[in-house]
Design a protein around this ligand. Structure first.
Ligand SMILES: CC(C)(COP(=O)(O)OP(=O)(O)OC[C@H]1O[C@@H](n2cnc3c(N)ncnc32)[C@H](O)[C@@H]1OP(=O)(O)O)[C@@H](O)C(=O)NCCC(=O)NCCS
Length: 421
């Protein structure tokens, strides 16, 4: 049926199911910020440090993009909240484009399962003017699928037994350790070079950089100081915890981030990490699936890898979202999309995808493919293959059409977002 589907309604302060009042917070209200930090601390189980929260988190947000859920029966107590950070994410072939980065989703433990999260999600996704794509990282992987989010990027945790050598013949250059103040502008310049072509990367404001590299005692939590090593085309942040055991030196090096614009920079920074004196274990808590360590190491068995979910993508408005990337092959497919949460996406769409971008419009045609909006979100950055979703029975239909959609949405490298948010 050609579409007259419901369009997103304008956001309002509403009294919803459960008698809750749902409204945007005020960016100038200290009371709203205090209530938000209280709910977040209760939900995540930490003792809030006002100095840290005010200096490193508050400057990142426009509280006008935070949704609060209040219970009049409890004296207008804030029972839950969820925020949106206005960020820019790099899409395949297109480069950076605005996204709603969902953050600070929290409900008081004594008010769980009363529907507060559902209110937050409704307010966010139905609000007028929201970016066509929303992204989030989830505390628990089972929460957001019901709201149309699909698992779009994976993260890996790497551990390497060191010292470990790079493959013979690997080209490397000298690198230099620098103090934070000197390193910061160089790191930002390198990140600015890498980000426009690195699918999944987010832009970083001053406030985001300050937070990511904060050595505030609350964030550092007793860990050794963060240090920085620079190559003209890359940077490394890391910490070393020194240790001596009965068997001799047993230090541990933890990589914060490696960002490299060239293969030589990448190899040079890894060489520094893998040959660091007295270190026996290198841990990399957050690395991309396609970080090519296994291809760089002389002994690939020195490396162990664990994979988990990272960024979830929600195509808020399919017709606007579809052109946020370009496609690896030309394809025209008709897809019956189910979307229980955003009805304007629910219907049969003709997708026209090619190297210049994509177009989606509703049609009367019999669909060749059936899937949920979350499946298109999963595949949107190239991190999940449509063909794999088909083998799981999540994408169904004509195998040839599935093959065309798979080829169009595939990307050379899988996406990676080198931070949580
Ligand atoms: C997760 C959390 C936000 C859920 O809030 P809530 O108000 O209890 O959720 P709701 O009552 O609105 O539930 C909405 C739906 O999500 C489901 N759900 C809630 N918590 C869930 C969880 N932890 N895992 C899986 N599903 C969950 C509910 O069953 C419900 O499903 P249904 O509507 O399909 O029946 C809340 O428990 C919380 O703050 N947890 C600790 C902090 C946290 O993890 N925040 C999320 C950060 S990404």
């Amino acid at each position: 049926m050609t579409g007259t589907h419901d369009q997103p309604p304008a956001p309002t302060s509403t009294t919803g199911a459960g008698g809750f009042v749902v409204r945007a917070l005020s960016d100038t209200s200290e009371a709203d910020w205090a209530a938000a930090t209280r709910v977040d601390a209760l939900a995540f189980g930490y003792v809030p440090d006002a100095d840290y929260l005010d200096r490193f988190l508050r400057p990142q947000y426009d509280l006008g993009r935070f949704t609060g859920v209040f219970d009049p029966a409890l004296g207008d107590l804030m029972v839950g909240l969820g925020g949106i950070q206005s960020r820019s994410l790099t899409f395949p072939g297109r480069g950076p484009s605005p996204v709603a980065a969902v953050t600070w989703v929290a409900v008081r433990p004594d008010q769980q399962r009363r529907g507060a999260l559902r209110h937050v999600m409704t307010h966010q996704l139905h609000a007028d003017g929201i970016e066509p794509i929303a992204v989030l990282t989830a505390s628990e992987a089972g929460i957001y699928g019901r709201f149309g989010y699909g698992l779009a990027t994976n993260r890996t945790r790497r551990e390497i037994t060191t010292p470990a050598r790079l493959r013979p013949g690997t080209v490397t250059d000298p690198v230099l350790e620098m103090p934070r103040a000197e390193a910061m502008p160089l790191m930002r310049a390198i990140h600015d070079r890498v980000r426009p072509v690195a699918v999944g990367y987010l832009d970083r404001t001053d406030a985001v950089w300050e937070h990511l590299l904060s050595e505030h005692p609350f964030a550092a939590a007793g860990r050794p100081a963060r240090r920085f090593v620079l190559h003209p085309d890359g940077y490394l942040s890391f910490r070393v915890a020194d240790s001596f055991g009965d068997g001799g030196p047993d230090s541990k090096l933890t990589v914060g981030e490696i960002c490299a614009a060239t293969p030589a920079a990448r190899a040079s920074l890894w060489r520094h990490v893998l040959s660091y004196p007295l270190v026996r274990t290198v841990q990399v808590p957050l690395a991309g699936v396609d970080e090519p360590l296994i291809d760089l190491l002389d002994d690939p068995r020195a490396l162990s890898t664990a994979v988990s979910d990272h960024v979830w993508v929600r195509l808020v408005r399919l017709t606007d979202a579809i052109d946020r990337r370009t496609y690896s092959a030309t394809a025209r497919v008709t897809v019956a999309v189910t979307d229980r949460f955003c009805p304007w996406n629910d219907g049969v769409f003709a997708l026209d995808l090619d190297a210049d971008g994509g177009r989606a419009h509703q049609v009367d045609d019999e669909p060749e493919i059936r899937c949920d909006i979350a499946d298109l979100g999963s595949a949107f950055l190239g991190g999940t293959r449509i063909a794999r979703l088909a083998t799981a029975g999540r994408v169904t239909g004509d195998p040839a059409a599935i093959g065309r959609l798979d080829a169009a949405m595939a990307t050379p490298l899988r996406p990676f977002t080198p931070e949580g948010f």
